[in-house]
Design a protein around this ligand. Structure first.
Ligand SMILES: Nc1nc2c(ncn2[C@@H]2O[C@H](COP(=O)(O)OP(=O)(O)O)[C@@H](O)[C@H]2O)c(=O)[nH]1
Ligand SMILES: [Mg+2]
Length: 201
């Protein structure tokens, strides 16, 4: 055949990539969640923060060291052949909050993981996303042994706005985590659409 393009191969569609943050208190299951769904070996990056190039006040609260290391979870999952999510686990330690602002750049939405035994550990993350208008979904990681509460009482305790979704999950289970991710993406896209409509009307 003169022209070699095979009609049998499906045209390759460049997937849309979306960035999702995974937040929540220390030990709530962020690393577990990213590891459960990631197709690449989840990377626990060690970021070296050097004093050079950073405004001094950015380092406020960090011990007087010239370098420090921060563990951050990073993973990737193909939800559909045309939709790839990049997951970024936010550093849990309070003193690394300043890193969140950089991480949050360009994020479509976020998961706030919660443990019903210490819901207050999730308050800071919820406040953070509310204040910045980043759509988030609360996922209760149902540890066995932890008392189960109805979604409504968890919503109440977290003082969630009615439009914020709350789902139950098992951070160790791939399908369960995929369901959370689908909920996050759908919710964030609906909100993004609404914002778009408000801006263009
Ligand atoms: N039983 C149980 N253990 C979990 C679950 N999710 C996480 N863990 C464990 O809880 C600990 C803290 O989880 P990790 O993912 O490191 O929390 P992170 O600090 O938020 O990253 C680890 O020992 C996990 O194996 C869960 O759904 N059930
Ligand atoms: Mg972790």
């Amino acid at each position: 055949m003169a022209f070699g393009r095979s009609s049998r191969t499906k045209p390759y569609v460049e997937p849309v990539t979306l960035k999702i943050l995974v937040a929540g208190g220390f030990g709530v299951g962020k690393t577990t969640l990213v590891g459960a769904v990631s197709e690449i070996r989840p990377l626990r990056t060690e970021e070296v923060l050097t004093e050079a190039g950073r405004p001094v006040d950015d380092l406020h609260g960090v011990e007087s060291k010239t370098t420090t290391t921060v563990a951050m979870d990073f993973g990737r999952i193909t939800l559909r052949e045309d939709l790839v999510l990049y997951l970024f686990g936010t550093p849990g330690q309070d003193r690394f909050w300043f890193l969140w602002d950089e991480l949050a750049q360009g994020a479509l939405g976020a998961i706030v993981l919660a443990d019903t035994r210490r819901l207050e550990d999730s308050f800071a993350a919820i406040d953070y996303f509310e204040r910045r208008g980043i759509p988030f979904t609360v996922a209760v990681n149902c540890f066995e042994g932890a008392q189960r509460f109805p979604a409504e009482s968890v919503r109440g305790a977290l003082d969630l706005d009615p439009e914020v979704e709350l789902v139950m999950c098992d951070a160790r289970d791939r399908e369960s985590v995929k369901n959370v991710l689908v909920a996050v993406v759908e919710h964030a896209l609906v909100l993004a659409d609404r914002t778009h409509a408000a801006v263009t009307s």
